[in-house]
Design a protein around this ligand. Sequence first.
Ligand code: ADP
Ligand code: MG
Length: 605
Amino acid sequence: MKYKLLKQYFGYEQFREGQETLIDSILSHRDTFGIMPTGAGKSLCYQIPALMLEGITLVISPLISLMKDQVTSLNQAGVHAAYLNSSLSYAQYLKALSNARDGRYKIIYVAPERLVTEEFLTFAMNTQISMISVDEAHCVSQWGQDFRPSYLKITEFIDRLPQRPVVSAFTATATAAVREDIVAILRLENPTIVSTGFDRPNLYFGVEQPRDRYTALLKNLEDFPGQSGIIYCLTRKSVEEVCLRLEQDGYPVTRYHAGLSDRERQQNQEDFIYDVKPVMVATNAFGMGIDKSNVRFVIHYNMPKNLESYYQEAGRAGRDGEPARCILLYGGQDVITNQLFIENNRDNEELTEDELELVLERDRERLRRMTFYCFTNDCLRTYMLNYFGEYPDSYCGNCSNCLTKFDTLDITPMADAIIGCVRACHERYGITVILDTVHGSKSAKIRQYHMEDNPYYNSLPDISIPRLRQIINHLILTGYLELTNSKYAVLRLTQTSELVSNGTEILSMKLAEEYVPEKKAKKSKAKTVPANVDPALFEELRTLRMTLAKENKVAPYLIFSDKTLYQMCALKPLNKEEMLNVSGVGEVKYDRYGEVFVTAIKAYQ
Ligand code: ADP
Ligand code: MG
């Protein structure tokens, strides 16, 4: 039965990792908790049981845009679903409730703050509710990224029901603390827990340290003509600048940040979702609730403040499982901007001075780990997964470091000079001052600090500042130096520093053959279309999809995903039967759109 539904409504032949276990658990009426990365296919895990269970399933979801997207997607697949949230007028709301009472929907998405309103309670008490499914379940935890106090109402609501439905919860981001919170706060009873790990193998990760970011951005964009992607900037100002320049250079861009009016944000977001403006330039205010499956690249124009944010934002690429590219353009100024954000962050007014200091320290540490991501020469994916507590092989073959050829360089003399310099100035200064000193800078700061008198002043004049910075970062990463966690991070010696100075230890480091940072990520890039796909046919089908999207007023990716179009290009189905073999084409979708695509493919041959 579940396979039949998978094929009929969603057009897929097989379950992905974890899905079947989660579905079976729900169907056996056990509470169920799924932790799967973005794009893994969590929605299906409650949608399929919802279709099989007798009564109604309520899906709690934090954001209007998320609900709307999911409901449209279900309706496109032929499933009757609706949402109840503040975007409906009161009359629409009553109408939807009355339809629900008449049993017109199997799945209802509802905003958490609605749950305990009188009207909704009356409805819920008189309806058979078989399952409550909590999407984005990390929102119940204060330790999570996006805590929503209204999520705490969920258990209150469940307690009021005449019969406790089975409860399922899903999230992509849950550290151990957040996991425990979810189970405890939602009071999951002896739940089946499935966790499929954080890795997103279809994403290519790259770091570039370009001299000119805008040029580096354009170079990346060249590989994605007409495709959809997101460019994240750290500040509103740079969103404005980058968006304007891209517009002048003829790219179909729009923008999003907290400084725009609600209306404009809404409009721009829609332009993006509907591929009217497939490239979005935004601050981190953008993205929560964006389920667009055909985002082919996410470029960070600046380094974000921590890896949690980075992985979440980059993870918006390639939700359809097809190759997508995530590039971070690093510049030294990013560290300073983030430090300012951290030091000035007074979001939570309830914290005491001590608590605030702890939060600051945590944030500084997170920023540091983020910065090291930009400097490590080891596998980027492994670096991130380690951060999230997973320990895979240390070579992924799909990141800029795995694909760069490195030379091993003896850095003992440089390390000796740097460590000596730190010791001679009594561990009083940060990275920049030390760098400038050994490099022999004549800046005002160096003079002011009397660093010209340091015995190591100008001891490494021939080694470029970027390379020196790499070496210092390497020394920190490997524990030969330490950076304090204070507001102005200062370099300190460690127990092993001495081993370098007294010549017991020889240090070597992997360095890209010729340190031309712009070239770093270029050697192998994620292909924009798979090798077995004829780009011209793909273009045709994409245009057709756009036309249909406009006619039907739905987002193109809700008609067919990029992945489905790729398969059509590869299989070239010429009749209904062949078309139904394409992953992502179910009965209902075929009836709606199948024939036009068959016709287009025939015409192309
Ligand atoms: P998330 O886990 O982030 O909530 P979604 O539920 O939005 O992920 O699913 C991401 C994409 O994967 C969707 O386009 C969905 O249709 C697709 N998908 C889900 N399950 C399968 C499957 N078994 N086979 C193929 N594609 C699937
Ligand atoms: Mg989801």
